[in-house]
Write a protein that binds this ligand. Structure first.
Ligand code: ADP
Ligand code: MG
Length: 379
């Protein structure tokens, strides 16, 4: 806190009016289900981004990040889709989205600082947009609920940055609470806080950032979406969420690829519901095999894994993790695992050794207990 206040002061010559924090997130289970009207179960990471900010009344904006050498200065009317390059597009888009929806907001001095690895699939971008929307709205007297902030932040990525993401990341950052996973029905947008306290059960959640180079992520993502939509049409359902009888659906599909994609989505939705049930009954250890089942399905049926990810999952399981899986869109990114607290060190060591043997880049490994969602830190 003192640290970012001092950084704001040295950037702009005066103190911030407020400091907001928005966390990164990881999806425990429920992958590639969100665009099939299905279920997801993310939770907030202890890693967060802070936005220290002060209101301006002269239509000027100035952005600084402690993670970038590039500062940004502009005037509000110059912020429109396509006009801003680089990281500043995210906070610029936040101001644009608020104004585009008719809210009266003026200028802003903003300093961001973050412990969320960027581009690793842990949603640093959603944390940045959510924190900026919150800071801007609050400083200019606009009263927004957390779900509304999430919706505006999604618009920033979709319409200003040009990233066609769903609302999972933003909702997770805004709505998560400490000691809970956020169960979300992406059809109704209904959410529910599900108690998830691994440390009380003697467990820890381990995250491996594989640092694998992303490979044509967007093309693959679009391709998987299209396959699901085509399969849903073929089966006469609104979305794959509505497949009630899996064997019957599989028999009705024309080719093996379609069958495998559908099998993943349908079984993954079932695994989310089963995980929620286990968390509610406090049987956290039993969640492990569901994570591994999710990974197998994503690797073999959905085909979104890569060797770095499979190597991490195999090493974790061999070292005694209760379960492990790829998390996020795939083709790189992170692995999430559940392990006994006293196995965490062995798990980390196993992953590092396996990576060295295979000649992969050094991964980042950290523990991640379900943490608080976005909030105002000061005053
Ligand atoms: P992810 O959201 O998984 O981290 P994205 O590619 O969606 O990956 O977003 C990463 C981008 O967000 C970065 O390239 C940068 O433009 C922006 N960003 C995130 N955190 C910061 C930060 N602390 N400072 C500046 N830009 C950031
Ligand atoms: Mg992102």
């Amino acid at each position: 806190m003192d640290d970012v206040t001092t950084a704001f002061r040295s950037a702009f010559g005066y103190g911030p009016e407020g400091v907001w924090a928005a966390p990164g997130r990881i999806n425990l289970i429920g992958e590639h289900t969100d665009y099939n009207d299905g279920f997801v179960l993310p939770f907030a990471l202890p890693h967060a981004l802070t936005a220290s900010a002060a209101r301006r009344t002269d239509a000027a904006v100035r952005f600084r990040s402690r993670q970038s050498e590039d500062g940004f200065e502009a005037r509000l009317p110059d912020l429109f889709p396509g006009a801003v390059e680089g990281w500043a597009a995210y906070p610029a888009g936040a101001l644009w989205a608020l104004r585009d929806e008719g809210y009266t907001v003026d200028g802003l001095d903003l300093l961001v600082d973050s412990t969320i690895p960027t581009g690793a699939g842990l949603s640093s971008s959603a944390a940045l947009t959510c924190a900026t929307v919150m800071a801007t709205a609050s400083l200019h007297g606009v009263d927004l609920g957390p779900a509304e902030v999430a919706r505006l932040a999604q618009r920033v990525e979709n319409d200003f940055v040009g990233m066609p993401c769903g609302i999972l990341d933003q909702s997770a950052s805004m709505l998560s609470t400490e000691g809970h996973a956020l169960f979300m029905d992406t059809r109704t947008m209904g959410t529910e806080q599900v108690p998830f306290d691994p440390s009380a059960a003697g467990l820890n959640v381990l995250v491996v950032d594989t640092r694998a180079p992303h490979r044509l992520v967007e093309g693959h993502y679009a391709d998987r979406r299209r396959a699901c939509e085509e399969a849903a049409r073929h089966l006469g359902v609104a979305a794959l969420r509505d497949v009630a009888d899996l064997p019957e659906a599989l028999a009705a599909l024309p080719d093996d690829v379609a069958r495998r994609r559908v099998r993943h989505v349908v079984t993954e939705n079932a695994r989310v519901l089963e995980t929620v049930g286990l968390l509610r009954s406090g049987d956290l250890r039993a969640v492990g095999p569901l994570l591994t089942g999710s990974h197998t399905s994503l690797r073999d049926d959905y085909e979104v894994s890569v060797p770095e990810v499979d190597t991490a999952v195999d090493a974790l399981l061999a070292a005694g993790a209760l379960g492990a899986r790829i998390t996020g869109g795939g083709f790189g990114g992170c692995v999430v695992a559940l392990a006994d607290a006293d196995r965490v060190e062995a798990c980390e060591k196993a992953v590092r050794e396996a990576y060295r043997e295979r000649g992969f880049a050094e991964p980042a490994v950290f523990g991640a207990l379900p943490s608080a969602g976005a909030r105002r830190l000061y005053p």
